[in-house]
Structures are given as structure tokens and as C-alpha cells.
Design a protein around this ligand. Structure first.
Ligand code: PPE
Length: 312
């Protein structure tokens, strides 16, 4: 990671090197954080943040689930993120807002601990490798399940959830795969360690419903909209594990992963063993919009220049 100049902390900019927390901050022992991952893209009209209001809203939702008050409105946080990109003179970058329970009391109850909000950004390339978007990746079904309902809430993007993601990801890497697909507690397909998943068979696109312990992915929602507007059928449906192996196409969606095709699962070739036509068409639409070469008919891009309000 290449550092940028400034990080935003509770309303003011501090130097990157200054963004420290105390080791006894609540988050360190108990994982009390909510966060986001947002991409800012370089477009012919200048840098623009992808679906900024939706990301900020999800962060506020995540905080609400954990009884945390971030202390800033959606508009304030969205404005601050645009300013963050500007003060760091970034063009394309990845933005990481983080809300934590900080330093004060010790013990599980963190409700008296201050909530600190940080916004950072840096340059982040392709998540699953440069070739992944065109060639597809080799993945496995994880021996770890996704977090079960009513244990850690999956709709919240909370730091603690990523202990589960780490188990999935590390196992996959150690066994020679790029990524792992986790099943939910009932044994149905859930999602990757940091991506939602889509399965195509006979022209119909399936993706696990929110009740299958998935993060309500903003790219997932974008893919669903794009696919439906292209006349494709998309169904949010329980996906049995074995459907993965017999699918014509399987692909991941996510801010970091964007739309990444999967070419094999557990060493079983998926479809023709490379990116399929559905993934390719969706990538074409998605990359066209985010790079500003297709009209942004959905209103997904939020220019970082000053004076363009965020109003959703
Ligand atoms: N599921 C999980 C578990 C997840 O972490 C992400 C994003 C998604 C689905 C896709 O959601 P969305 O980005 O809103 O489309 N994972 C972020 C973190 C990756 C990381 O390694 O850190 C991301 O893609 O930015």
C-alpha cells in the first residue's frame, strides 16, 4: 500500500502517519468496527466515486445494528469523502471509511466508549490479480461456513465478520486457490470472503438472497440492475452447492473484485473454463459506466469536485 498524505478523523484532516489508535481501544480486543470499501474512478470528467450515498448509508446501517452513533450525517460523510480524494490529489483510488469504538472503558460493553470515524484512501489495483477479469479465477468451496444467522449480523459490514472471511481466504490461498466460496449455515451457497456470487445456467442468473448470510453488496445490486435492463432474468434464490459445478458461468461481484469470472471450482471446470458471455456483457456495461465511456444512466457516479451535492 502506498500512503497518501491525509486521513480524515472526526471532521478534520490529519497526516497519514498520525492516524494511530491506543492499543486498549475497544476495537482491538472486541472487533468493534464498521467500515466500507468504495472505489473512486478516473473518468473523462474527473474523478468520480461509485455509488457514494449507498455506501455511506450501508455504513450508517452497520453502525445502527451495533448501537453506534457515527456522529455525522450521510451528507457530511459523503462530502468528507469527496474532500478526502481532493486533498490527497487522487484520481482513481479506494476509499476506506472506518468507524470504531475507541479508547475509554474496558469490558465487553462498549457503549460508553467514544466512536471515532476515520476516512482513508489509497491506490488499489485489481483485487484477484490483473488477469482475473479476463481469464477468470480458480476457487474452492471453503470448509468454513459463512457466519450463521443471529450470530454476527451479515448485513452489517463489521470488522469482526472478517475473521470469518480471513479463515475462508487463508485456507483458499494455502491450498493454491485465489478465493474461497463459503456456504451458509444451512449448507447453501453464500458468498466469497469479500465478494458476492452469481451463477448462470441456461441463460438464467441466480444469486443467493440476503437471508443466506451475504453482505448486501452494492456491486451485487448494480449487477442485478444491469442484467435486468439487458433483458436477462435474475433470481435471488437459494443456490445448492452442486449448482456451482454444473453452471454455465459463475462470477464474483464486489467493489474490490468488480466483476470477476470464475473458471474452476474445486478443480472442476466451469462452463468453457474461461469468462462466459454473460459476465463479459455485464463487465462491458459496468466498466463502460465507471470509466465514463457509456452514459451513467443510473446516476452511480459522484464527481469529487467541490459544489456537486450528494443528495440521495
Ligand atoms: N461480500 C463481502 C463479504 C464483502 O466483503 C464484500 C466487499 C462484498 C460481498 C461485495 O460488496 P460490495 O463491495 O458492496 O459490492 N468487500 C470489500 C472488502 C474487500 C477487502 O479485502 O477489504 C470490497 O470489495 O471493497
Amino acid at each position: 500500500m502506498t500512503p497518501t498524505e491525509k486521513i480524515w478523523h472526526n471532521g478534520r484532516f490529519i497526516r497519514w502517519e498520525e492516524a494511530h489508535i491506543h492499543v486498549l481501544s475497544h476495537v482491538v480486543s472486541y472487533g468493534t468496527s464498521v467500515f466500507e470499501g468504495i472505489r473512486c474512478y478516473s473518468t473523462p470528467a474527473g474523478p468520480a466515486i461509485f455509488r457514494l450515498p449507498e455506501h455511506v448509508r450501508r455504513m450508517v446501517d452497520s453502525a445502527k445494528i451495533y448501537r453506534m452513533d457515527l456522529g455525522f450525517s450521510i451528507d457530511q460523510l459523503a462530502e468528507a469523502m469527496k474532500e478526502l480524494v481532493r486533498v490527497n490529489h487522487m484520481d482513481a483510488c479506494y476509499i476506506r471509511p472506518i468507524g470504531i469504538r475507541g479508547y475509554g472503558e474496558v469490558g465487553v460493553n462498549g457503549m460508553k466508549n467514544p466512536v471515532d470515524v476515520y476516512l482513508a484512501c489509497w491506490e488499489w489495483g485489481k483485487y484477484l490479480g490483473e488477469e482475473a477479469l479476463a481469464e477468470g479465477v480458480d476457487v474452492c468451496v471453503s470448509s468454513w461456513n459463512r457466519i450463521a444467522p443471529n450470530t454476527l449480523p451479515a448485513l452489517a459490514k463489521a470488522g469482526a465478520n472478517y475473521m470469518n472471511s480471513q479463515l475462508i481466504k487463508m485456507e483458499a490461498i494455502v491450498n493454491g486457490y485465489s478465493e474461497g466460496i463459503a456456504l451458509d449455515a444451512a449448507g447453501h451457497v453464500s458468498e466469497g470472503s469479500g465478494e458476492n456470487i452469481f451463477v448462470v445456467r441456461d441463460g438464467k442468473i441466480l444469486t443467493p438472497p440476503l437471508g443466506a448470510s451475504v453482505l448486501p453488496g452494492i456491486t451485487r445490486e448494480s449487477v442485478i440492475s444491469l442484467a435486468r435492463d439487458l433483458g436477462m432474468t435474475v433470481v435471488e434464490s437459494i443456490v445448492p452447492r452442486e449448482m456451482l459445478y454444473i453452471a454455465d458461468e459463475v462470477f464474483f461481484s464486489g467493489t474490490a473484485a468488480e466483476i470477476t469470472p470464475i473458471r474452476s471450482i474445486d478443480r472442476i471446470q466451469i462452463g468453457k473454463g474461461r469468462r462466459g458471455p454473460v459476465a463479459e456483457e455485464l463487465q462491458k456495461q459496468f466498466f463502460g459506466i465507471i470509466h465514463g465511456t457509456k452514459p451513467d444512466t443510473y446516476g452511480w457516479l459522484w464527481p469529487v469536485q467541490a459544489g456537486v451535492p450528494v443528495a440521495k
